[in-house]
Design a protein around this ligand. Structure first.
Ligand SMILES: Nc1ncnc2c1ncn2[C@@H]1O[C@H](COP(=O)(O)OP(=O)(O)OP(=O)(O)O)[C@@H](O)[C@H]1O
Ligand SMILES: [Mg+2]
Length: 383
């Protein structure tokens, strides 16, 4: 059992590529932390520094109160599982799982107990005599997990361990990993670029971009209270809608105004945005915060976006409506496109539609890819 502390860590590779630009992260004992972010953002580099497979250029990493910067990987009490499970092809499953323990000179009876126990946890008892080539992808991945489990390490490190599996198996193995963590409660750092994996597995999700941590919080908080536009855009499918506009002070209070749209700001949104009157801002609203309503149920304080339906994608119970704000569904202007995930109903393409906004769920961002969330309530911004 151990906590992992990452302090002011920088990694510069030869050739002057700075992959990690000064990150701080506290991973409490027993927590499942997921590092997520686009390709090249520094996830694997961070993990490999914890594992000891890469030198740390600046800063310190400690595992269980011991600074490990100069500790060899084999002495860090960690076990790592990679994307390509790298099993020894000439060894049986049993021997693959026992190998690390044998190397560390564990007694035979202890090895036997640990391998059998791990095999039971993973449901691969019947496969112990097989060689890897006689296993399916999912079974091989379980053996790779087994190899990590038998070590009973202080920390598990996973680098995209499911990405070689097909979609169905990924979901199944994901659930298995979650059960495994519940049972073993070993501190875990898990790297993925798959946001669904991040949201479903993590006690906390760390969103990275360009070598920096953008936000670290519970899955629900990073989704509902993104600190900036990057985090908001990265999480969620279909992605959050962003509409460029400005904040204006009218007779009835503060509004977000863009071509053809006026959305009144209410409650804490108005308080938090007050300092931005007259400035350019970006409205962020997730597809599921938009909905349709029969025209005769309209209210005077409804918040609406007038749009024209482009394409409708039925999803069974719900459907995605890809619309364009105002008219002209052939527009090349992406900033006028908006997606709504609504309850399934009959909706003709190329017809006008009123999208209702659940205004408790809107966000306002400063302009730019990393524009700060102006409407973030302080309590949610736990970093
Ligand atoms: N050995 C290396 N030498 C030089 N640059 C490297 C090396 N390894 C990684 N990099 C660079 O460091 C940056 C971060 O790489 P890293 O592998 O940590 O990204 P990642 O977030 O794991 O991406 P992915 O999702 O594609 O696996 C990238 O720009 C990459 O090209
Ligand atoms: Mg990687």
């Amino acid at each position: 059992m151990a906590e992992v502390l990452i302090r002011d860590v920088v990694k510069t590779y030869p050739g002057n590529v700075t992959a990690v630009k000064g990150i701080n992260l506290d991973i409490p004992d027993g927590e499942f932390t997921v590092l997520v972010g686009p390709s090249g953002c520094g996830k694997s580099t961070t993990l490999r520094m914890v594992a000891g497979l890469e030198d740390i250029t600046e800063g310190t990493i400690s595992i269980g109160e011991r600074v490990v910067n100069d500790v060899a990987p084999k002495d860090r009490d960690i076990a790592m599982v990679f994307q390509n499970y790298a099993l020894y092809p000439h060894m049986t499953v049993y021997k693959n799982m026992a190998f690390g323990l044998k190397l560390r000179k564990f007694p035979k009876t202890e090895i036997d107990e640990r391998v059998n126990n791990a095999a039971k946890i993973l449901g691969i008892e019947k496969l112990l005599d097989r060689k890897p080539k006689a296993l399916s992808g999912g079974q091989r991945q379980r053996v790779a997990l087994g190899r990590a489990i038998v070590r009973d390490p202080a920390v598990f490190l996973f680098d995209e361990p499911l990405s070689n599996l097909d979609a169905k198996l990924r979901v199944e193995t994901r659930a298995e990993l979650k059960r495994l963590h519940k049972r073993l409660a070993t501190t875990t750092i898990y790297v993925t670029h798959d946001q669904e994996e991040a949201m479903t597995l993590g006690d906390r999700v760390v969103v990275m971009s360009e070598g920096l941590i953008q936000q670290c919080d519970t899955p629900l908080n990073v989704y509902q209270h993104p600190v900036n536009r990057f985090v908001a855009a990265f999480l969620g499918t279909p992605p959050m809608n962003f509409i460029d506009g400005r904040l204006e002070q009218g007779q009835n209070g503060l509004s977000f105004v863009a071509r053809g749209i006026e959305i009144a700001l209410r409650g804490h949104h108005a308080d938090l945005a007050a300092g931005h009157v007259g400035k350019e801002v970006v409205l962020g609203v997730r597809p599921e915060a938009l909905f349709l309503r029969p025209a005769d149920t309209a209210n005077s304080d409804d918040q609406t976006i007038p749009a024209t339906v482009g394409v409708v994608e039925p999803l069974g119970n719900t459907m995605d409506v890809f619309a364009v704000i105002g008219g002209d569904t052939m527009t090349q202007d992406n900033a006028r496109r908006v997606t709504a995930r609504v309850k399934a109903e009959v909706l003709d393409e190329d017809t006008p539609v009123t999208l209702y906004v659940d205004d408790t769920k809107l966000h306002l961002f400063e302009p730019g890819e990393y524009g700060e969330n102006i409407t973030l309530q302080h309590a949610a911004a736990v970093v």
